[in-house]
Design a protein around this ligand. Structure first.
Ligand code: GLN
Length: 551
């Protein structure tokens, strides 16, 4: 179907590709471009991932980074976290196009007879399907800008079909309606001490071989690109002078939209696509400056206790939520990592691991490795008045700790421990959610996405959120066993948030403690630079007050 036949509103397209190596920050660069345009235009980010998984929900976070859960229940690539935080949109799961989803649709269609008589092929069928999905999103969302990020680097076998679709799309929409942005790497080799353009030249050549030509080249480099190298890249890669942009290493990723603005990205896109959307960055600029204030700032140390502490990307949104607090509390936050397996197997003592720590986060997780270490950390926080936030599994483990050490249920445990093949006895204080018992399929089957939380009046949760009803995002199979709630509450734990019309406990607090809170939801997913999530903000504030008193 032609573009004219199907559209009411004509969107513009921005396609972001990457070259040379992965990990250059293509997600943040895309999100920053989105931020620059979103003041007046509806920007819809789409991420194309070449792998055959339907979504990253079943992938190991050590390899793939955190799974970002959307309000509609989608388990998505972590770049969606950057998109939501920078662009301020609530993303949808069909905006994450994986090759797994595309192939599944094609194969389903083949079985229902959509291609009778035809040989189903990569081109045109797969490439058409990709474009079809993108058009569908554009129409559903009435997008002004479709911001399409192609995962991986140009030359990877996995993303060839996405690139080919973009080449075809350019012919469909016309060159004036689509801009290609290529993020590349500009190294400064040791001993040479000058910025080198060759990797970028080669990577653009790779792109050219696929019939694509960049309108903007972003050069990732430890520092801003010097004029000479910008000119050289423009000349050799055949882009307009002035369209080579710096993406220097930044200590604070929220600076990037400000840098891109200074480097003239809005003007270049304006000229290419004829869109007028001057960015409104004044508030953002102020917040970034506050985050970076160093004078008269006390430092607090917040430790994250988990088993994926080697790869910080698996806790990306938690780190961002803490970062957001720096713009709102006059404090510098240092993040520390505590590998709970070391506490569990006796390599380190809990009091040594936590002696310089002002607050603890026990994040979400799965399985049993390291959990006894986490329970030990939680006990230490509860007994020593250390501010504690337990997220999802972290809250479930806090309830197990409380049941064991305060309620005297020595064998209290979670059904997840038994599901892991260990026999743990009858006291499952954390049990299966009722509708999870019969679930055998793995992908996308947990209790996922945004749900309402009813908050009890007069509780800490009420004070922090300033509301009796909030909506937060979930990703879990187990819950606090409602049968044990009376016994836990009798001993002083309070369930201050729950699911309306059901007895799923969603917020836990210990009123006798300065800050001992748990949430069955993932508060980090909805924290924004402009508005840090209340549990993080309060954790940091309490840690700050506490460390002030100690110093
Ligand atoms: N493993 C726990 C559950 O499934 C917690 C999940 C999580 O922390 N996201 O309920």
């Amino acid at each position: 179907m032609s573009r004219k036949a199907r559209e009411k509103k004509e969107p513009k397209f921005i396609v972001v590709t990457g070259g040379v190596l992965s990990g250059l920050g293509k997600g943040i660069a895309s999100a920053s471009i989105g931020r620059l345009l979103s003041s007046r235009l509806k920007v819809v980010p789409v991420k194309c991932d070449g792998y055959l998984n339907t979504d990253p929900g079943t992938m190991n976070p050590i390899e793939h980074g955190e799974v970002f859960v959307l309000d509609d229940g989608g388990e998505c690539d972590m770049d969606f976290g950057h998109y939501e935080r920078f662009i301020g949109v609530t993303c949808k799961s069909n905006w994450n196009l994986t090759m797994g989803k595309i192939y599944k649709r094609i194969l389903d269609r083949e079985r229902t007879g959509d291609f009778l008589g035809q040989t189903v092929q990569l081109i045109p069928h797969v490439t058409d399907q990709i474009k079809e999905e993108i058009w569908k999103i554009a129409e559903e969302e009435e997008a002004d800008i479709m911001l399409i990020e192609i995962g991986g680097t140009v030359g990877d076998m996995e993303n060839e079909l996405f690139l080919e679709s973009m080449r075809q799309l350019r012919h469909e929409v016309g060159n004036e309606n689509i801009a290609f942005v290529h993020l590349s790497y500009v190294p400064i080799p040791y001993g040479v001490n000058e910025q080198k353009s060759k990797p970028t030249q080669q990577s653009v050549k790779n792109l050219n071989e696929r019939g694509l030509h960049p309108d903007i080249i972003i050069g990732r480099c430890p520092v801003r690109l010097v004029e000479k190298i910008k000119e050289k890249i423009a000349h050799f890669c055949n882009v307009a002078p002035g369209s080579v942009i710096s993406a220097p290493d930044v200590h604070n990723v929220y600076e990037l939209p400000l840098i891109f603005d200074e480097e003239g990205v809005p003007d270049i896109l304006h000229k290419k696509l004829n869109i007028y959307s001057p960015p409104n960055l004044s508030e953002w600029r102020k917040l970034v400056a506050r985050m970076e204030e160093k004078e008269n700032r006390k430092r607090v140390t917040v430790a994250i206790c988990g088993k994926y502490t080697d790869l910080h990307d698996s806790y990306a949104s938690i780190l961002e939520a803490l970062n957001h607090c720096k713009a709102h509390v006059n404090v510098d936050i240092q993040t520390d990592w505590v590998e709970t397996t070391e506490i569990e197997n006796g390599k380190r003592k809990v009091e040594d691991s936590l002696k310089d720590v002002d607050a603890i986060i026990v994040p979400g997780g799965f399985g049993t490795r390291g959990i006894e270490g986490k329970i030990e950390v939680i006990r230490y926080c509860r007994e020593n008045n250390i501010p504690f936030l337990g997220i999802c599994y972290g809250m479930q483990l806090a309830v197990i700790e409380f049941a064991r050490n305060v309620c005297g249920i020595a064998d209290a445990h979670s059904a997840e421990i038994e599901a892991d093949g260990k026999c743990a006895g009858p006291n499952q204080v954390v049990c299966y959610l009722p509708d999870q018992i019969k679930v055998t399929k793995k992908g996308g089957t947990m209790r996922l996405g945004g749900h309402d939380v009813t908050i009890k009046e007069g509780t800490r949760a009420h004070e922090y959120y300033g509301a009796l009803k909030i909506r937060r995002r979930f990703r879990h199979r187990y819950e606090i066993n409602p049968d044990y709630v009376p016994c836990l509450e009798e001993k002083g734990l309070l369930f201050s948030g729950y699911a309306p019309n059901s007895n799923i406990m969603q917020i836990m607090e210990l009123p006798s403690h300065p800050f001992f809170m748990g949430s069955q939801f993932h508060p980090e997913l909805q924290s924004r630079l402009e508005k840090p999530e209340a549990l993080f903000l309060q954790l940091v504030k309490t840690a700050h007050e506490k460390s002030q008193r100690n110093k």
